[in-house]
Design a protein around this ligand. Structure first.
Ligand code: SF4
Length: 289
């Protein structure tokens, strides 16, 4: 099976333990306005425009007109000559297709670099969008003894099927209120909550991450509701991490032809600490990676 991979590279400790090869997979089923990898949203990949004026003749279909890309008409292009033939066109495509067996072979070759408990992490986009290939990959990596981690939004009802092949399960949990979750990300949180519950009750190594975003979830009442939900599910073996809102990916929204609509997401250090303290006082194991 094949996977659409946005990018890959080594990263120490941010996407799991130790030194890890992190594969960012293409496609996501949510549309979070703070996303730092907007080029990973479209399941089929995104065309990024890096120049204000393009050359019209790099598109044989005529979809670059007077230096501007017509994104509506170019979405179904199968040849993508503007990037495959014209390497310096000022355009780039967000992903490549890689066979699962090649990723397993690469991991095997890099085995010596997975020090301090490292291994392979699947991130996104949303890895479970390519469920069957991801399952094959995780299974194959475990068969050769490679440590596996996945960073997921937990919105796939089949997620528990992957539990036996995941050594570290990182779930991005954004909001406990279904209405707010739906209006902000475009999807309900019901499946996510069911998967969090399943993970906390049956997976031995879960990390639940929450991005703290002003006027979305960064207030004491919301965080107290998170805690109540986690405690209901059981928190004995899980770890929790709060992350401060950032705008590292903001520029890429523009490159992908998308509007960045987040207005005021930043929170202060003192608010961050006070919300983190709510977790700590409730007895949750809190980490900062
Ligand atoms: S992706 Fe295809 S249609 Fe779109 S600009 Fe490139 S060559 Fe033209």
């Amino acid at each position: 099976m094949e996977l659409k991979v946005m990018r890959s590279g080594f990263n120490y400790s941010q996407n799991g333990t130790g030194n890890r090869m992190v594969y960012h997979l293409q496609g996501c089923d949510m549309l979070c306005p703070w996303c730092s990898n907007p080029e990973g949203l479209a399941p089929g990949g995104s065309l990024l425009v890096h120049q204000t004026t393009l050359k019209d003749d790099v598109c044989p279909g005529g979809h670059i007109i007077e230096g501007k890309l017509d994104r509506v008409d170019c979405t179904d292009c199968s040849t993508r000559e503007c990037v495959t033939i014209h390497k310096n066109s000022g355009l780039s495509f967000s992903c490549t297709t890689i066979d699962v067996s090649d990723i397993i072979a690469e991991a095997d070759e890099n085995r010596g670099l997975f020090f301090d408990g490292g291994g392979v992490t699947l991130s996104g986009g949303e890895p479970t969008m390519q469920f069957d290939a991801v399952k094959e990959l995780l299974q194959g990596l475990r068969e050769i003894g490679i440590h596996t981690a996945i960073e997921t939004n937990a919105n796939n009802p089949r997620l528990p099927e992957l539990f036996p092949f995941i050594k570290l399960l990182i779930i991005d949990f954004k909001h406990d209120d279904d209405e707010i979750h739906t209006s902000t990300t475009g999807v309900s949180n019901q499946t996510i909550k069911a998967n969090v519950k399943a993970a906390l009750s049956s997976h031995p190594n879960v990390l639940i991450r929450t991005p703290l975003i002003a006027s979305f979830n960064a207030d004491a009442r919301t965080i107290q509701r998170f805690v109540a939900f986690f405690q209901e599910c059981g928190t004995a073996t899980a770890r929790f991490e709060l992350l401060k809102y950032h705008e590292y990916g903001r520029q890429k929204w523009d490159l992908c032809g998308l509007d960045y609509t987040m207005a005021k997401g930043y929170i202060s250090d003192s608010l961050f600490r006070s919300l983190e303290n709510i977790y700590k006082k409730a007895g949750l194991t809190v980490i900062r990676s």
